[in-house]
Structures are given as structure tokens and as C-alpha cells.
Design a protein around this ligand. Structure first.
Ligand SMILES: *Cc1c(COP(=O)(O)O)cnc(C)c1O
Length: 389
């Protein structure tokens, strides 16, 4: 039976494109379709659009345009940052530091490097998902070349102390990479203030198109490319550049720059209301930090229903939600993030993430709360509650 209404609460996995972004991209699919490497008029036109887009995006993160390259996604940027730095600096050392709650596109490249003789320290987090900067400091060794810590977590919304960590890395002469895919457009992101050497961003999380991401690489940072070929993007990422994507990404950044503070405040209000009302139900627990969190992610674990079943129940009511990360929903594995904040395996399969964005309304918040209340009653939140304690 088709749901009577549809409510999208999965903005953290991907966002719809802003109509202004689509408008800005259109000419670059049709008339201005050139290859940026071509010496003729079409090539020049494409090159100009690409460099203008680079300037807009670089300005949005406080970077020099020369220090920003385009990739296909945050996944690719994370892979390039980690494998690229590890390989290029292996003469200096083979030790990397990251945290247990990073996105799989950080954790998996680290695991891959371990197969080739690199050593990785996966730092623990506290019950709210915070990395302790003192732990980073203590983990740095003489052979450490890179620290990679995310700006804001995509499952539980916790905002990490990246400034403090950046300062430590700077003092110790270790490169610092930050995955800002989830925070860009919601929190101020500035490569100078955060003292980062490498920063990952992605367009489709901020109302831009899928298939385009960026990696900020501070001038002087050595890294090996993953894609070899025609030498595009300073030789760091060969492949004909996605000009419409870059133009769309830039327009998404331009809009975010314009509306960010107002939008974040509105969403913080809605998200706060959503969290407060869901926590009024029995058997529901907030995950992530109570204050230091993104204004767009409401995350919980529920005693009375497993995550997968909950997503199905919500889907039947027209609500798009997630158990946590897109990559783990659909599988029955417990969330690595929920395990890291101290939940047991059973609890870590009971996560719920509702993520809101530009087109979320107060009415939709009411509807989501109503549906979760209904599901809580169906699965007997109250009667089961005591048995788990
Ligand atoms: C979505 C996300 C990614 C992956 O982004 P893609 O552009 O889809 O590859 C990486 N890190 C974080 C924190 C994310 O939220």
C-alpha cells in the first residue's frame, strides 16, 4: 500500500538538489560542454567555469584556489588523502592515527594500508562520541605521518574538537586530515582556523549534485595520486573534470554561504523539538553529544525495536530514516559508531537517525513524532522496558 504522505528525513545520506544549482549546471551539459584540457574555445570556456567554481568553493572554506582539487566524492577524497599521504611519506614513517567512529571511506583505506605494512591507531571516543585531543597527542610517535579525524560524525552528529587536534598536529609536525563532508554548509568550515592540511568535502550533502567532491591540500603537503593519466588537477587526479558538477558544487556553496547561519538556526530549533519529543517516549535514548552536535541530526537507540524493522515501519508510514550510516543499513551488523560510544551489540543494532534539511517543516516533525509514538506503542515500549535493566 503506498504511503499517504512522504517525509524525507535522511538528509545526512544525501540531499535533493537546490533548484538554483540545477539551473546553474544546465548550460554546462548543453552548450558549454568542453573538455578543460582542450586548447580551443570550448576548452577555454570549460576551463574558465572550472576555475571560477574552484575560487568560489575555496573561498567558502578559507582556502587558496590552488590548494583545492576536484574528485568524484568524499569517499575518493578520503581515500586520496589517506593513501596518498601514507604512500608519499612512507620514508618518514608508516604510522597513522584515526578514530573508531570515522566514515568507512576513512577506516577502510586505513585497513587496506595495514595490509601493506602501515600501522594504524584507532582512537576510542567517550560516551558522546568525542575524541580526546590528549589521546591524539599521546598517540603521536616519531614515525606518525598523518592524523585523520572527522569534523562532525554522520551517524550521531557529534562535533569533534578539530581545532585543538589541529593545533597539536601542527606543533608535532604531523599532517592533519579532516573529513568535513557532514559539517560543510552547517557549521563554519575554515582550513586556517582548523589548522588542517587536508580537508574532504562533497557536493551532494549540501544540495549539490552527486559525483563531485573536493580535497583541500595545503601547499607543500606531499601526496601520491590514486588515478594516473592525463595529469589533471596538478597531476593528483587524472580524468576529464566534471565541469557541470564543479559549477553545481560552487553554486551550492554560494547558497550555503548566504543562508547558512539562518538555516542552521531554524534547523537547530526543529531538530531540538524532534529530539525533545522523541525522548519523552519510554525506552528511547539519545546518541551523540547533547549539545555539541550538528543542527540536522537527531539520533537515538531504542530498546523496543531493532533498527532495520524500525526503518521498515517508518517507510510504511512514508518516512525516510536511517539506522545510522547508509553503508550499514540493509545489513544486520551493529553500527561501529554505536559500539564505539559504549553500546553493546544488541543496542548497536537499534539505532535510529533522523536527519533534516532545507525543506523540512515543523509539520513534518510533528508527523515523525506521531509515527514513532505509534510504533513505540505497537512494539510495547513500556512493558518491555524494565526487562533490559
Ligand atoms: C557522506 C559522507 C561521506 C561519503 O561521501 P560521498 O561523497 O558520498 O562519497 C564521507 N564522510 C562523511 C562524514 C559523510 O557523511
Amino acid at each position: 500500500m503506498p504511503a499517504a504522505r512522504r517525509v524525507y528525513m535522511d538528509y545526512a545520506s544525501t540531499t535533493p538538489m537546490d533548484p538554483r544549482v540545477i539551473e546553474a549546471m544546465m548550460p554546462y551539459f548543453r552548450d558549454r560542454f568542453g573538455n578543460t584540457m582542450s586548447p580551443h574555445y570550448w576548452g577555454m570556456e570549460a576551463r574558465e567555469a572550472l576555475e571560477k567554481a574552484r575560487e568560489t568553493i575555496a573561498a567558502f572554506i578559507g582556502a587558496n584556489p590552488m590548494e583545492l582539487i576536484f574528485t568524484s566524492s568524499a569517499t575518493e577524497s578520503n581515500n586520496l588523502a589517506i593513501k596518498g599521504v601514507a604512500l608519499a611519506n612512507r620514508g618518514r614513517g608508516r604510522h597513522i592515527i584515526t578514530s573508531k567512529i570515522e566514515h568507512p571511506s576513512v577506516l577502510e583505506p586505513c585497513r587496506w594500508l595495514e595490509k601493506y605494512g602501515f600501522e594504524v591507531t584507532y582512537l576510542p571516543v567517550d560516551e558522546h562520541g568525542l575524541v580526546n585531543p590528549a589521546d591524539v597527542e599521546a598517540a603521536i610517535r616519531r614515525d606518525t605521518t598523518l592524523v585523520s579525524i572527522m569534523h562532525a560524525n554522520n551517524e550521531i552528529g557529534t562535533i569533534e574538537p578539530v581545532r585543538e587536534i589541529g593545533k597539536i598536529c601542527g606543533e608535532r609536525g604531523v599532517y592533519f586530515h579532516v573529513d568535513a563532508a557532514q559539517s560543510l554548509g552547517k557549521l563554519p568550515v575554515n582550513v586556517e582556523e582548523m589548522s588542517v592540511d587536508l580537508l574532504t568535502i562533497s557536493a551532494h550533502k549540501i544540495y549539490g549534485p552527486k559525483g563531485i567532491g573536493g580535497l583541500y591540500i595545503r601547499d607543500g603537503v606531499k601526496l601520491e595520486p590514486l588515478l594516473h593519466g592525463g595529469g589533471h588537477e596538478h597531476g593528483l587526479r587524472s580524468s576529464t573534470v566534471n565541469v557541470p558538477g564543479a559549477v553545481g558544487f560552487a553554486e551550492a556553496c554560494r547558497i550555503a554561504g548566504e543562508v547558512m547561519s539562518e538555516e542552521a538556526e531554524r534547523l537547530r530549533g526543529l531538530c531540538g523539538k524532534l529530539i525533545k519529543r522523541i525522548l519523552e517516549l519510554d525506552g528511547v535514548h539519545l546518541t551523540g553529544h547533547p549539545e555539541r552536535r550538528l543542527p540536522t541530526i537527531a539520533s537515538f537507540w531504542l530498546e523496543f525495536i531493532d533498527g532495520e524493522r524500525l526503518i521498515m515501519e517508518l517507510n510504511e508510514r512514508g518516512i525516510a530514516a536511517s539506522t545510522g550510516s547508509a553503508c550499514s543499513s540493509g545489513k544486520i551488523e551493529p553500527s561501529h559508531v554505536l559500539l564505539a560510544i559504549g553500546l553493546n551489540e544488541r543496542q548497536a543494532r537499534r539505532g535510529l537517525r533522523l536527519s533534516i534539511g532545507r525543506w523540512t517543516t515543523g509539520d513534518e516533525i510533528d508527523y515523525a513524532v506521531e509515527c514513532i509514538r505509534e510504533i513505540a506503542e505497537k512494539y510495547g515500549a513500556c512493558s518491555e522496558r524494565k526487562s533490559y535493566y
